[in-house]
Design a protein around this ligand. Sequence first.
Ligand code: DX5
Ligand code: ZN
Length: 224
Amino acid sequence: MQPTVIAPSILSADFARLGAEVDAVLDAGADWVHFDVMDNHYVPNLTIGPLVCEALRKHGVTAPIDVHLMVEPVDRIIPDFAKAGATEISFHPEATRHVHRTIQLIRSHGCRAGLVLNPATPVDVLDWVLGDLDHVLLMSVNPGFGGQSFIESALDKLRVVRAMIDRSGKPIRLEIDGGVKPDNIGAIAAAGADTFVAGSAIFGQPDYADVIARMKAAVDAVRE
Ligand code: DX5
Ligand code: ZN
């Protein structure tokens, strides 16, 4: 199992003060910055693109930036995000014609590649590409919006994908995204996740350090 990563989703940050918000969550103990890209086409919402990623790098952010692409098509925008300073780039298999090719494209630009499974997406899509991935991201809400409730079937799916990763013997991260909070993160960790995205649960609280510490403690408690 990989060391725990807490990745606040800046979707729930105050966009008018984005640089300061990202500095604040990183100072508060966050490990990665989760960067949700939505196109009003693959998902019914519109957010931020490579210019904002580049602006965070210019602002001085050195932590990994975990770009979650909810866009269709996918390939055209990947080189732009690599140039803008993305560390991890993940995409949905439904949004590209050639999943294997898109993974290779991400890696050829020097980024780490992830595949994202929606709540209804079967895990078989991983069968022939798992070994080429740096992380698998399981959605525990339908993509498009922050602040939704955790879909419980994601726990069973985590257990299935955890077993697939363990069988592969490779250091592939298992990330969960949607409805993660201090009171359910322990069960999510017990089901096999090591990388935790949380938007509203962190940015909705006045004290980011307190909520991140409570999340890490809950994960540690089930890992001991
Ligand atoms: C949803 C996004 C999530 C979202 C999570 O499409 O991928 O990253 O920001 O928000 P919360 O943690 O509030 O469910
Ligand atoms: Zn996301």
